[in-house]
Design a protein around this ligand. Sequence first.
Ligand code: MEV
Length: 418
Amino acid sequence: MNDWQHGFYKLSPEQRRARLYAARHLSMDDQNVLEERTSTLGDQLVENYLTDYSLPEGVALNLTVNGKEYAVPMVVEEPSVIAAASNGAQRVSRSGGFTAPQQVRALIGQVVIVPEKGRTQENLAWLGDHKDEILQVANAAHPSMQKRGGGAKDMQLRTPGDFISVDLVIDVSQAMGANSVNTMAEAVAHWLTDKGYNVLTAILSNYATHSLQSVECRIDVRYLATPQMSGRQVAERMAQLSELAQVDPYRAATHNKGIMNGIDAVMIASGNDWRAIEAGAHAYAVKDGQYKGLSTWTVDGDYLVGKMTLPLPVGVVGGSIGLNPLTKTNYKVSGIENAEELAAVTASLGLAQNLAAVRALASSGIQAGHMKLQYRSLAVSVGATPEEVPVVTKRLAELDHVDMRVAQEVLAQVRRGE
Ligand code: MEV
């Protein structure tokens, strides 16, 4: 280990930055960047804290879910995402909005046993017979959860390969719940170890099949028309693209990336663990043995019908949710009050995001809309001031070929008053 790294975690953020400046010969500009956004909260949350890395937050508008209209905070750096989400949401709102049934929610805590050779069936029988005791052990490890009406409710046994997985089905109420589930699973692991079992691991499973959320929408094809194509033509090509995502994993991964653009952005803004949501979504996408698009689009008479189901084990308390004031404000902006509502809105927003992407792909292609927003980013990246950005962006949009060098030249022209 390099000397400057020794005891790094014990230092204050100021001392850590100072060591890093010296070790990496960082310029005054770099030092200023690192010092521009620091927070006490950041230092409390992560080890070796240096600074806060900021991402833009915007709000998706016109999202109607179960008859209620939402403005949904989204945190994302990709320029087109929030615009596309609002665009998709508005098209669905015009046709009555999204329908998302209330989620039934539970998390799974996995306690995995390595059975002795030839004793799997015997172990399974024993575990089945001791289900009530195992649930009691889990609940005793987290009594406050039971007081709130939650807790370990069920136990299921699976035999993946040569292992036995004791799956604890845990109701974590409104919380994200990962820590609670891990505490309960570890308590069961210790108990089973005392009974002579060889326990390999005890941990939450992110394949949250007990927290599925479905969403549906029906859009009048009229609202899909572009200047070049009728709504029906667009809808039919969208259905074909949807079919492609069901049969081709190469397309399916991109299709799902588009859905997760929206879902991750809502997860970050609402203080949820977006990596957990990503992991669960992609595992669910391959549940039939082949990786597929999470959503489908079909034409039904004059309507394009969108459907999606995915695991959304979201929470409105726990983790960093209560610590970050911006997260708390975001709940006031969205008006989302509980985890069930957050799951319904998040799934709807994911489907709205997907609608906008697939509609663009089925008609003018993705670049037309993307590029306008990319030009803005390019203008910023070559140093345009807030006043210059719209002028540079407009000029870039008129050109056939745009890159960094061209953007620099356009900015120089604007500054010369040309
Ligand atoms: C880009 O971030 C997302 C899309 O590629 C999604 C898709 O292709 O469906 C536009």
